[in-house]
Design a protein around this ligand. Structure first.
Ligand SMILES: CC1=C(/C=C/C(C)=C/C=C/C(C)=C/C=O)C(C)(C)CCC1
Ligand SMILES: [Fe+2]
Length: 344
């Protein structure tokens, strides 16, 4: 399959380690104090999300203008770049307007889109970096996307509804302080119980079908271990901290690895067992549009009806900005998925 053809097995093994291990180590490290009953001050819990604006998080999407052409084996020319800029302008622009007109609905869309997108990122990683050959059918892949995306988007809602609600209210209140009441239903016990039962059944069914179809045990064990490990992580660690760390060191790092595999100069460095050079290529590619994004975020401050004052409110503004760029970003990654045969 085309998602694993470009580099030698040993270069791919190096990259898999660089892409997967930091996320494992970080989640175990972050979960440890909570298991030990040590509480981390809420102000500190915002740090990873703030850091994500310059390290891995925001930058992981700042190479989208180059990614599609490279995935097709072409050098990105100005027309290819202009097409992606237009996509961001039209799709991101329309969604930005939607935040002003219907912030509660825009928030629900943000959760749904991120659920799909973080799931699709993990599906790619399973296929391309972890040899998950047992994910043979489309229903299995759809199930895996829903399971993997549900870990960061649904499990925190089930385990920490008050935290989740506070952040949701912070986002929506930038536009309309009363609008958050419209999503109160999502935090009700009966709704959360129904979601928990349905999601639990989906996790069990998806892993069971995978096990039945797995010729080699190791990739399945890795998938099940990651899934159950992240389940425990998002049950134990409060959402702002848990999602901040996951965004940088899980989702974004895996996507950066994927970007390196379509960049000829980066793959050459990987063949020389030099992941540092490969990563610095990414940093160089991502720097300009990361800077532009931060400037646009500054501009958004002047546009929202209730501009932020506190750190949580600034993070809320940042999350709205992230939401706006995530929609076109998901379209770019979905084109990569199609080019690379991720959806069978
Ligand atoms: C912290 C936190 C949230 C953060 C969501 C984030 C950070 C989404 C990012 C999506 C991206 C960047 C997708 C592209 O790769 C929620 C769910 C809104 C509410 C609960 C607390
Ligand atoms: Fe992404």
């Amino acid at each position: 399959m085309s998602h694993r053809s470009t580099v030698s097995p040993s270069a791919r093994a190096t990259l898999s380690r660089v892409a997967l291990v930091p996320g494992w180590v970080a989640s175990v490290t972050v979960v440890a104090p909570f298991l030990a009953g040590v509480s981390i001050p809420p102000a500190l819990q915002y740090v990873p999300l703030v850091v994500s604006a310059v390290l891995l998080g925001l930058p992981h999407g700042a190479v989208d203008h180059l990614a599609v052409a490279r995935t097709r084996g072409e050098r990105p020319d100005w027309q290819a770049i202009a097409r992606i800029f237009a996509l961001y302008g039209v799709v991101g622009g329309a969604y930005a307007v939607a935040w002003f007109l219907a912030p509660a609905a825009a928030f629900v869309l943000f959760i749904a889109v991120t659920w799909f997108h973080w799931g699709q990122g993990d599906l790619y990683a399973l296929l391309a970096l972890a040899d998950a050959d047992y994910l043979r059918s489309l229903p299995q892949r759809v199930g895996t996307v829903l399971v993997r995306g549900g870990l960061p988007m649904l499990v925190p809602l089930l385990a920490f509804p008050a935290w989740y609600r506070r952040v949701a209210t912070d986002l929506v209140s930038l536009f309309a302080p009363d609008a958050a009441a419209a999503i109160g239903w999502a935090f009700r016990t009966d709704v959360r119980t129904a979601l928990a039962i349905a999601y639990g059944a989906l996790v069990a069914a998806t892993l069971a079908v995978g096990l039945a179809r797995a010729d080699a045990r190791r990739p399945w064990l890795l998938d099940a271990g990651e899934t159950l490990g992240l389940l425990a992580y998002f049950v134990l660690v409060p959402p702002v901290l848990a999602i901040g760390v996951y965004f940088c060191l899980w989702h974004s790092l895996r996507h950066v690895a994927r970007l390196l595999l379509v960049d000829d100069d980066a793959t050459a460095a990987l063949e020389n067992r030099d992941p540092t050079t490969a990563l610095s290529r990414f940093a160089r590619d991502a720097a300009p549009l990361t800077a532009v994004s931060l400037a646009l975020l500054g501009g958004l401050y002047f546009l929202v009806p209730n501009p932020p004052g506190t750190v949580p409110e600034w993070v809320a503004l940042y999350l709205v900005f992230i939401a706006v760029v995530t929609l076109p970003h998901v379209l770019v990654v979905s084109i990569m998925d199609r080019e690379q045969g991720v959806w069978v």
